[in-house]
Ligand binder design. Sequence first.
Ligand SMILES: *Cc1c(COP(=O)(O)O)cnc(C)c1O
Length: 361
Amino acid sequence: MGNEWDRVKDCLDSTFVSSVGKYVDRFEVMLAEYTGAKYAVAVVNGTAALHIALFLAGVRPGDEVLIPALSFVATANAVSHCEAIPHFIESQFETLGIDPHALNDYLKHCSLSSSEGLTNRLTGRRIAAVVPMHTYGHPVEMGSLLDVADRYHLPVVEDAAESLGSCYRGQHTGTFGQLGTLSFNGNKVITTGGGGAILTNDAKLAQQAKHLTTTAKQPHRWGFFHDAVAWNYRLPNLNAALGCAQMEQLSSLLNRKRLLAQKYQEVLQDVEGIGFVVEPANSQSNYWLNTLRLEQPSLSIRDRLLTAANDGGYQCRPTWTLLHKLPMYADCPRAPLPVAERLEASLINVPSSAKLAGNMK
Ligand SMILES: *Cc1c(COP(=O)(O)O)cnc(C)c1O
């Protein structure tokens, strides 16, 4: 812990605990400076951030949105909140994120017309955006993904909820697409209790993001005039005070997470049948979660290992159940997913708190 108590106390003393105050503005500035995004808009959580980012990217009811089948359920939920339909796509073995090469081949099945953009030939629905998600902090192969998105005129909205501190070719994740989103939930790299942010380099999108997440109220000294149906998604100043204190510690936190990952890698080198997920080529990962891979994917061996580890008091977890296996998403369109299936049956997350790095050298 750093200055958390002081910042939160100062916020309480100021009486500005809700949606207006110096901390929420300061937190946005810190996020923009750190990520290199021109603008950051702080909101109540990462799901809300993704919901609004998708809306601003032009996702409308009845559209399809390409998202990885291997992701946290919030990625699909944000699409549903736009009344759009998730369309699940394949993962890449090395990065654990969207495979841009598989996506390129797959999109050849869709038809492209210049007036209407990309259409799913099987459903007749418009494909409105693609959402790369940087799994456990490991960046997607963004160079190729941007090429594919360009080729098919697809807006890119990055779900960077897990990748604060992760870069691809030296550029921070969440700043490649039209819009990107972060999460500051309790389990993420830094936390505001609950929180999220929208990143963009586009002044107009940033202004709209702020407007739509603050009830679309037109600024006025005393009047109430709202010009759109909008949301109350602004991050409270109290949460932002916590966020400012957390941001001050981010680089030391990331150093410790990197040390811990190195240690896992060293220790696992000689263990037969088990590999360790390392940061992909051209990337710097925040190592949000440390992940083992079974060299022979097997759900039953995975579950036996998880049971033994948890019985022994080690909080190990599987990766997410693939999204198309969840009841509410079972009927959504999807690409062939052999790699995602393989990852589901082989990934195991191990304790990853920076605290574990202790005095490690
Ligand atoms: C955590 C997370 C979110 C959502 O963030 P919340 O702040 O919990 O709403 C979205 N996508 C991914 C991949 C996440 O890990």
